[in-house]
Design a protein around this ligand. Structure first.
Ligand code: NAD
Ligand code: UGA
Length: 326
């Protein structure tokens, strides 16, 4: 656990997970350089809000830059750890012309960062990979040794980036570790993700769009747990390792909506759409390696985490529902 205060770099600092990571590192006394290009995948206003706590801290420096073409030397100088979270997320929109963005922000951006790291002696590069690399896994819970077979272009680009990190490790000694996050949720969750969309629809008394029959399962991971594991990976003996970070239980989308209905007191109105291409039917993490190598354990239950995200949503939403229609 990064014991003494140190200088670290967080790419994707203005994003959902990256902003929480910055807050936690700053609270731990570290000097944080955040890099983000404020990509337009979702509103800049949302990212600025996510960064508010970090920006108020004198130990935080923000570099607005695109990893693809930025000169990273100054940002990386003196850094001990680089947390690489910048990327183009989202499984469902990664088809068609959108693919170029995924290649640029996930593969090319990672390659440019790795090139810059050939010249900088860091202790650790922690890469934010994804459960999407597994695709439709053959075994649940899925171990890191399972053969990755992505079913979305997004998952393919995350796998390519993961391989690139290890190419630079083997060839130039970049001390890389790859974490495979499983569907992260909590306050500041991206607006395109399921829980954000469900809460938005419920607050506006709109129908909730469910892709497929709702019986698909996801291993949902609360954001503070993902951040915990990420910081632990910066100092544990895990160079060259791939480690799953999953919240500890698999749940169906239908069950999520039932629980959200109970928490909010609003009865969800459901509308089923065709299943979205590129989505695995199920995800589920074996977290034994994270337990053993990182001394990590997810702490926040799904109900508690959903409650926290709902409370955050109500506090942030200009049109908070005060409806009690159950
Ligand atoms: P996010 O979109 O909120 O954050 C990513 C940030 O990266 C954004 O602020 C964006 O502006 C920035 N960025 C994108 N391309 C960039 C570039 N070329 N140069 C500089 N900055 C760039 O996404 P998130 O949900 O916080 O995800 C963070 C990382 O974790 C991503 O790499 C994603 O693939 C991975 N991941 C997320 C989840 C999840 O459930 N949220 C699960 C698995 C993996
Ligand atoms: C999430 C992130 O968005 C990806 O960036 C990340 O890489 C991935 O997790 C991962 O674990 O690797 P996803 O699991 O699709 O992807 O996350 P959500 O958008 O929260 O969707 C969860 C489930 O809800 C999916 O089964 C999806 O089909 C369903 N869903 C989502 C709906 O039924 N309706 C919606 O409006 C949104």
């Amino acid at each position: 656990m990064l014991s003494s205060p140190t200088r670290v770099v967080v790419t994707g600092a203005a994003g959902f997970i990256g902003s929480h990571l910055c807050d936690r590192l700053l609270a731990g006394g570290h000097e944080v350089v955040g890099i983000d290009n404020f990509s337009d995948y979702y509103e800049r206003r949302v990212k600025e809000q996510s960064l508010r706590t970090a920006l108020a801290d004198p130990k935080f420096t923000l570099m607005q830059a695109d990893l693809v073409d930025a000169d990273l030397r100054q940002a990386l100088a003196g850094a001990k750890v680089v947390f690489h979270l910048a990327g183009q997320p989202g499984v469902r929109p990664s088809w068609g012309d959108h693919f170029d963005r995924y290649v640029q922000d996930n593969i090319v951006a990672t390659q440019r960062l790795l090139e810059a790291l050939r010249e900088v002696p860091i202790d650790r590069l922690v890469f934010a990979s994804s459960s999407s690399v597994y695709g439709d896994a053959e075994m649940f819970p899925t171990k890191e040794t399972a053969l990755p077979r992505p079913v979305s272009p997004y998952g393919m680009t995350k796998l390519a980036a993961e391989h690139l990190a290890f190419v630079y490790m083997r060839t130039f000694g970049v001390p890389a570790t790859s974490l495979r996050y499983f569907t992260v949720y909590g306050p500041r969750q991206r607006p395109d993700m399921a829980f954000s969309r469900f809460m938005e629809a419920m607050a506006e008394n709109q129908e909730i769009e469910i892709f497929g029959d709702g019986e698909q399962t996801r291993e949902f991971t609360y954001v503070s747990d993902a951040v915990d594991g990420t910081i632990k990976a910066a100092s544990a003996e895990v160079v060259g390792q791939i480690i799953n970070l999953g919240g500890g239980s698999r749940v169906t989308v239908n069950r999520i909506l039932d629980t959200l209905g109970e928490i909010s007191g609003i009865k969800p109105r459901r509308r089923h759409l065709p299943a979205a291409p590129g989505e695995p039917r199920h995800t589920g993490a074996s977290i034994n390696l994270a337990r053993e190598r990182l001394g990590w354990e997810p702490r926040v239950s799904l109900r508690d985490g959903l409650t926290k995200q709902w409370e955050w949503f109500l506090a942030m939403s200009p049109k908070s529902p005060r409806v009690s229609s159950s």
